[in-house]
Every structure is written in C-alpha cells, then in structure tokens.
Design a binder for this molecule. Structure first.
Ligand code: TXA
Ligand code: MG
Length: 324
C-alpha cells in the first residue's frame, strides 16, 4: 500500500513482512523486484496473482551471497564458480540444478532454479535482514514495461503490495543477463545488464536459446515489456511520422530538428550515444511516453553490441504484436 524510503527501519519492516508471507517491492540495480519468501509456496503464489503472471513462467531467486546458495542449488559447476566470482554481486542470473528448499511454484516445476546475488545496497540489506532467499520477478503487471523507479511500482501495483521500498532510480535499468548452466552447453537465455561479450570472455562462447516456445526460456515470450501504446521499431533517425499522427519518438541519440518537430513527445536515451546510459534510461523513458496519449511510439534501433543487445531485445518484444 505504501511507499517508504529505504531507511534501516523500513528495511526491518520489509523483512518482517517477508517473513510473515507477504509481498515487498524493492530496488535492485537492474529493475524493481516484487519479492516473497522463496521457500513459501503460498507467499510466492501471491506474486503470480498480483502480476497476473502465468505459472509456467518461473521466478529468479535472490540470495545475499554465493554461500547462501547451499541447499538451494548445485553450484559445483566450475563455470558457475567462475561467473559468480567475476560478476556477483551484479546483474547476472545463473540457471542451475535445483536441490531443494525452493517452492515448486517458483521454478514452475522445473528441475532447475534461476539464482542471482544482486548488487543494490537496499536489496542486499533486505536479504541480510530477512535471512531468506527472496523470489522476485520485476514488479510490473505481466507483459508491461518494467519498473526502474518506486513510482512505477506504486502506480502499477501499489494497491496489491504491502510495502514498496524506495531506493531511487535503478542504475543498470535492464534486467539481469540469464545464463543456463544446467546442461553441457552454457546457453544465453536473456541478454541483460552484463554484456554477453564479457560473459564469453570468462566461459567461452554461449549457445543462444532458440525461439521461445518451450518452458526452457519462459518469460522470453515474443511480446513482453510492452507499453499500452503501439510501438514500432525504426532505424536511427528513420521514423516516418504521418500527417495528423500523434507520434512519440524514443531516440537513441539527439534527433535532427525536422524529425523532432514532427513528434508530439521525444525521449533521447543518451546525448553522447552511450549504450550503458541508454539502458539505464530505457524503461523510464517508455513509461513517460506511454503516459502521453500517443497514437504510436517510434523506437530507434540501437547498435547491437554491449548493452545494446539487451536494449534491442526489450524493444523487439515491446514491438511484437499482442494477442487480442
Ligand atoms: O534483473 C532481474 O533479473 C530482475 C530483478 C528483480 O532481479 N528480475 C527479473 O525477473 O527480471 P523476471 O521474472 O522478470 O524474469 C525471470 C525470468 C523468467 O521469465 C525466465 O525467463 C527466467 O527468468 N527463468 C527463471 N527461472 C528459470 C529456469 N529455472 N529456467 C529457465 N529460465 C528461468
Ligand atoms: Mg519481467
């Protein structure tokens, strides 16, 4: 119901809510999460209900540190240890064989579990205070734009969450990169906050998940992260605004004057063309454009390297036609 600044007292209250089976929204470095005790099926069922999320789409479990994974999953894999050492705490999620303690609803009945150690100080304080593994998807209604500020959570889910901890805007701005280590070939399931190139520098080339139709890559549905307004992907500076159309522009770099003048609203992701900055600003810019009562949002493609891959992935899914 309420948003509270993430003071030590508010964090204690949040931990108490989690321990008694309630939901708390909290900041991570990627996006805000909607958290529950990962060992409690009842608490985690509330996440699916509040988000209107299909139960075939499993959740990520957050822990305070690698040792806290004992009893949750099998971390003996040398690749897992290398990646954990290189990128935790941080925006990397590993899919590993599940060994117990986590509620089945969290993993959609799979024999694997997705885990990560977040870097955000408020998330870390909440994990330390509650001493729980916390299951947390992004704190948005299923399929809608992810939240990168407490206001986004409050306006979308505020009525259904006991407490929203406000830790300011998220610095990474796109969800964690997900790597599946449960089979022979390490596989990229979702590009995200750690560039794939950096991960490949540690464990070698990653296989890419195919079209997401199976529960192997759930949540990787073609349509996701979508604003209510229709979104069309265009090349840089390539939006063709029609006469009389109320268009929004999601530009990577500052657009030429003539293009700007044809748009009712313009968001520039990075003045300097920096992909890390663009990722951090992406979802907040989409939230703002979606509030402008536009006919269409033209979103410019960004270069596919570094965090550009994660941005493009989100834009492509936001542009995918939604069902009836
Ligand atoms: O950055 C993040 O990862 C954020 C913050 C809150 O930590 N969380 C997040 O959660 O993005 P969510 O629910 O929006 O995405 C979770 C995705 C699922 O949709 C699925 O693709 C994948 O993680 N996943 C979870 N468990 C899995 C498993 N056992 N096997 C394969 N994929 C899994
Ligand atoms: Mg999500």
């Amino acid at each position: 119901m309420a948003t509270a600044l993430a003071t030590p007292e508010a964090i204690r209250r949040a931990a108490e809510i989690l321990r008694s089976g309630g939901l708390v929204a909290f900041p991570t470095e990627t996006v805000y999460g909607l958290g529950a005790d990962a060992r409690s099926a009842d608490a985690c069922a509330k996440i699916f209900a509040v988000k209107r999320r299909p139960t075939f789409d499993p959740l990520i479990v957050h822990v305070e540190s690698e040792p806290a994974l004992a009893g949750l999953c099998d971390v003996r894999d040398a690749r897992a240890r290398k990646l954990a050492a290189a990128f935790w705490p941080g925006p990397l999620t590993l899919v590993l064989p599940k060994t117990g303690a986590i509620a089945d609803i969290v993993t959609s009945g799979l024999s694997t579990v997705a885990v990560r150690v977040p870097a955000h100080p408020v998330a870390r304080a909440l994990l330390a205070e509650s001493k729980l593994p916390i299951a947390a998807p992004s704190a948005n209604p299923f399929g809608y734009i992810s939240p990168t500020a407490a206001e986004h959570v409050q306006s979308q889910l505020g009525r259904d969450v006991e407490l929203v901890l406000d830790g300011g805007p998220c610095t990474v701005g796109v969800e964690s990169t997900i790597v599946d280590l449960s089979s022979e070939l390490p596989t990229l399931l979702r590009p995200g906050g750690i560039a794939v190139e950096r991960i490949e520098a540690v464990v070698g080339e990653l296989a890419r998940a195919g079209p997401a139709t199976t529960p192997k890559a759930p949540g990787q549905l073609p349509s996701h992260y979508a604003p209510r307004t229709r979104l069309v992907l265009v090349p840089a500076f390539g939006a063709e605004v029609r006469d009389g159309e109320r268009a929004g522009l999601l530009a990577f770099r500052p657009p030429p004057k003539e293009l700007r003048a044809r748009c009712a609203a313009v968001e520039v992701l990075s003045e300097a063309g920096d992909l890390t900055e663009a990722a951090a600003r992406l979802f907040a810019a989409l939230h703002r454009l979606d509030a402008e009562q536009l006919d269409v949002i033209y979103a410019e493609r960004v270069p596919p390297e570094g965090l550009g891959a994660a941005i493009l992935d989100r834009l492509q899914r936001a542009a995918a036609a939604r069902g009836p």
